[in-house]
Design a protein around this ligand. Structure first.
Ligand code: GLN
Length: 491
């Protein structure tokens, strides 16, 4: 089945003319028709537009354009609903952006297009990327393909579920506090959060600008390396983008990890860890050791402050970023007797509950009298968290840890209690606060029925994606968990 191809296999088959891009797109569309009513991974797709892009790719292939010139020629990539694609809806899974159509392409989209990729629909997410379960989408939650009663994770739950169930070949997500890595681990995919500044944020709707990064969600590590190579690199439209050109990540994957020093933060192997997760991570650590890694314990002493710090900084930035949705410039406008009432009506009805909660929290921590006690303090603790990693990386090359304390939780299990939801982000948010890079790669399953995927998280120094990818690829090759797929009845 062509929908189950990885990018690497698709490129191979397309260049050998074993199948066409048209056939790949058709297979993915068919999968969407068959299973998406159960999963709800896609918010929107224009079939005709996807087929037309595929036909153009096939034409280029037929006149001799190669994958050397256009590395993603004919590959359908699904896009999270907060990355701007000219002419496509851009709703961030929010009612406030209903009917809003993006006027320009994000830099990552421009780069995908120049590489020949097919821009394939819009995937579901928590509204404005705020959440860990996709339950905050204004357009219904995304279900986990391994167990439909459970969350696909969030906020890039739609992208992860779509990749896991072969509705696309790969996808883009965004990660502010774990939104690529957590859903990837819940759905059994690979999810990479690049170093802050590695990938341009131009055209990404901002949630928390000092934490947000776009990254790939894929079936294999090799695919993540391929996608990152295309989307990474300097961009004059994003001044926080780092000027170093993207290395040839896929070329470096085959080197061994012999002698690589891998740190296990003692603060991450805590009591609340689910026993199946603990077991899988311990096994993964042993396996990294067998592959030549040198494992040692390290300490990240400020880990316990990470959740509080993140939820102050992220909400503060969100409250400022979301001020622009006022009914004047974008999407929804609900009438009022005067402009103020128009704002109230539009924002009151347009934003969901969690987004309002965050705007209120953010406004509070920035308000005079509280700024020093909360926001400024959080910034100082952020520095301490970053220093924890600086110190850790003096001793080790990579850090290994669980991506999440549990496998995918049940829908409704945490949605009534925001604090429980926030606490589940404990292992992913420090990476964003420190600006380093991180990946989640499948490392086993729970012993439950049905079984659920578990993710191993590897964290690397800023701009050291190469090592991160090499170690994950080595691990992936040794176990091939990616070959196991969720089964969904198609009736
Ligand atoms: N779950 C975290 C939050 O709600 C992270 C979300 C994200 O990475 N976009 O803020």
């Amino acid at each position: 089945m062509l929908d189950s191809l990885t990018i690497t296999d698709a490129i191979d088959g397309l260049s050998k003319k074993e199948f066409t891009a048209h056939a790949i797109v058709e297979a993915c569309l068919n999968k969407i028709y068959k299973v998406d009513k159960k999963i709800n991974a896609f918010l929107w797709i224009d079939d005709a537009d996807a087929i037309a892009q595929a036909d153009i790719a096939d034409k280029e292939l037929s006149i001799g354009v190669t994958h050397k010139e256009k590395p993603l020629l004919g590959i359908p990539i699904a896009i999270k609903d907060l990355i701007s694609v000219k002419g496509h809806p851009l709703r961030c899974a929010s009612k406030i952006l209903d009917k809003y159509i993006a006027p320009y392409d994000a830099t990552v989209i421009e780069r995908l297009r120049s590489a020949g990729a097919i821009i394939f629909g819009r995937t579901n997410m928590d509204e404005f990327a705020m959440g860990s379960s996709t339950e905050n989408s204004a357009f219904g939650t995304t279900r986990n393909p391994w167990d439909l009663e459970r969350t696909s994770g969030g906020s890039s739950g739609g992208s992860a579920a779509a990749v896991a169930v072969d509705e696309c070949i790969a996808a883009l997500g965004s990660d502010t506090g774990g939104s690529i890595r957590q859903p990837a681990s819940f759905c059994g995919c690979v999810g990479l959060k690049p170093t802050y500044g590695r990938v341009s944020r131009y055209g990404l709707v901002a949630y928390a600008s000092s934490l947000d990064q776009i990254g790939p969600i894929t079936k294999t590590v090799q695919d993540a390396a391929l996608l990152l190579k295309i989307i990474a690199g300097q961009d004059y439209c994003d001044s926080t983008c780092i000027s170093e050109p993207a290395p040839d990540y896929p070329a470096k994957l085959t080197e061994s990890i012999k002698g690589l020093r891998i740190g296990i933060p003692k603060e991450y192997m805590i009591g609340g860890l689910d026993p199946d997760v603990r077991n899988a991570i311990n096994q993964a650590i042993k396996s990294l050791e067998n592959l030549g890694g040198i494992v040692e314990e390290i300490s990240l002493p400020h880990t316990e402050y990470a959740i509080a710090t993140y939820y102050i900084i992220a909400t503060a930035e969100a409250s400022a970023n979301l001020a622009r949705f006022d009914g004047v410039r974008y999407g929804l406008r609900l009438d009022g007797a005067d402009p103020l009432e128009m704002y109230y009506n539009t924002r009151g009805k347009g934003f969901g509950q969690e987004v309002k909660r965050r705007i209120l929290l953010g406004t509070y921590v920035l308000s005079s009298g509280y700024y020093d006690a909360y926001y400024l303090y959080a910034q100082k603790v952020r520095t301490l968290i970053r220093r924890d990693f600086d110190n850790g990386f003096e001793k080790v090359d990579l850090i290994a840890a669980p991506t999440n304390p549990t496998a995918a939780f049940k829908l409704g299990e945490k949605s009534a209690d925001p604090l429980q939801m926030y606490l589940s982000d404990i292992f992913t948010i420090s990476c964003n606060l420190a600006g380093i890079c991180g990946i989640s790669v499948p490392c086993g399953f729970t012993n439950t029925t049905p079984r659920l995927p578990i993710g191993l998280q590897l964290l690397g120094k800023p701009m050291d994606e190469e090592k991160l990818l090499r170690a994950s690829s080595c691990f992936e090759q040794a176990h091939e968990f990616y070959k196991q797929k969720p089964v969904i009845s198609e009736e």
